[in-house]
Design a protein around this ligand. Structure first.
Ligand SMILES: Nc1nc2c(ncn2[C@@H]2O[C@H](COP(=O)(O)OP(=O)(O)OP(=O)(O)O)[C@@H](O)[C@H]2O)c(=O)[nH]1
Ligand SMILES: [Zn+2]
Length: 340
């Protein structure tokens, strides 16, 4: 029998008799693998298993289970949400009930900052605490300088260099993941997320790009999974994301660019567009080198993106309302006596 707090449980919601609490560790082919006090169970999601925001169960969610059925999804305390590309731009919960979001990027290659900022914006709106983890330190000639550059922009966020090959920095990441603490790793494909889970777990729990020892050949992460680490932490490995579109993340953008937002608050005009208006504090900061113009441009771009998303969500809601009214009126025409 496991203590539920070791699975990250820290609440006192009453559970109906006959049901048990479980935490979703894996979802595959419509079935959930949940961790309960009595071990792992495979269950099917019941008809009512969706969150108040309409999304389905996600890894990290708490559910109540009766027999082989997950009957209820408990409210989330935090969630990392991404927008699925496509016309409907639906929200997808990557992982739920997180204490930390590890934004993972590699110290190889250049120009990682704009990408990190985008992940940080979504991480800030998740409700969990973001941390930046920079992998492949063994392949970087000047780790200190690279880390410093990221620290300057990732305001209020810890930035930790690690190497899954030499083990450098792993202790610092482990220290963040105390017993019952849940973290999810997010970041682009190939930055070494699976290698990092394996290094932290001390054994192969996640597939990496190498040939796996079970001989199943090349493999990159295809499913999310909640792993229990030896030190008692819980870590969600997520497949690399080709693109991370913003959703309802305006607050997250403001948090990730708190310095720019603060400058903008000092402009003479409240609705300053920072396009050469007199008394623009943003332009002044760019002029005297306090603000990197690329960071300013990135802020604008992410702001515009969240704004477009909101308009799209709005437009969709209006279209759905129109369609509902149309079908109601059609119903009246076809069966005019219905209201009598
Ligand atoms: N030198 C070095 N190579 C690393 C390190 N971490 C990962 N790699 C290599 O980078 C490649 C990608 O690593 P993965 O762990 O599969 O990356 P991932 O982020 O999980 O990728 P996806 O599963 O596609 O999301 C592999 O060839 C790893 O061996 C590291 O710390 N140092
Ligand atoms: Zn301005």
């Amino acid at each position: 029998m496991t203590d539920l707090s070791s699975l990250g449980w820290g609440r006192c919601d009453a559970v109906q008799s006959g049901t048990v609490l479980g935490r979703v560790a894996r979802i595959d082919r419509g079935r959930l693998t949940v961790l309960t006090a009595d071990g792992e169970r495979r269950v099917v999601p019941g008809a009512a298993l969706h969150a108040t925001d309409g999304t389905g169960p996600a890894v990290g969610d708490w559910v109540t289970v009766r027999g082989e059925l997950a009957v209820e999804l408990l409210p989330r305390k935090s969630a990392f949400v991404r927008t699925v590309a496509g016309r409907r731009s639906a929200a997808q919960v990557v992982a739920a009930n997180l204490d930390l979001v590890l934004v993972v990027d590699a110290l190889t290659g250049e120009a990682r900052m704009r990408r990190i900022e985008r992940y940080l914006a979504v991480a800030w709106s998740s409700g969990a605490t973001p941390v930046v983890v920079l992998t492949k330190a063994d392949l970087c000639a000047d780790v200190a300088a690279a880390v410093e550059a990221v620290r300057e922009d990732a305001l209020g966020v810890d930035v930790l260099p690690v190497s899954s090959v030499t083990g450098e920095g792993l202790a610092e990441v482990r220290a963040l993941l105390g017993p019952g603490r849940t973290a999810a790793m997010v970041g682009p494909s190939g930055v070494g997320k699976s290698s990092l889970v394996n290094a932290l777990a001390g054994r192969t729990v996640a597939g990496t790009r190498e040939i796996r020892d079970d001989g199943r050949g090349r493999h990159t992460t295809t499913a999310r999974e909640l792993h229990l680490l030896p030190g008692g932490g819980l870590l969600v490995d997520t497949p690399g994301m080709r693109e991370l579109a913003l959703h309802d993340d305006a607050d997250g953008v403001e948090a990730a660019y708190a310095d720019v937002a603060e400058l903008a608050a000092g402009c003479r005009f409240r609705d300053c567009g920072h396009r050469g208006e007199p008394g623009c504090a943003v332009a002044a900061a760019i002029d005297d080198g306090r603000l990197d113009p690329a960071r300013f441009t990135a802020w604008r771009k992410l702001q515009a993106e969240t704004h477009r998303q909101l308009l799209r969500i709005d437009a969709r809601a209006r279209a759905e309302e129109r369609a509902r009214l149309r079908s109601f009126h059609r119903g009246l025409r076809e069966r005019p006596n219905r209201l009598r």
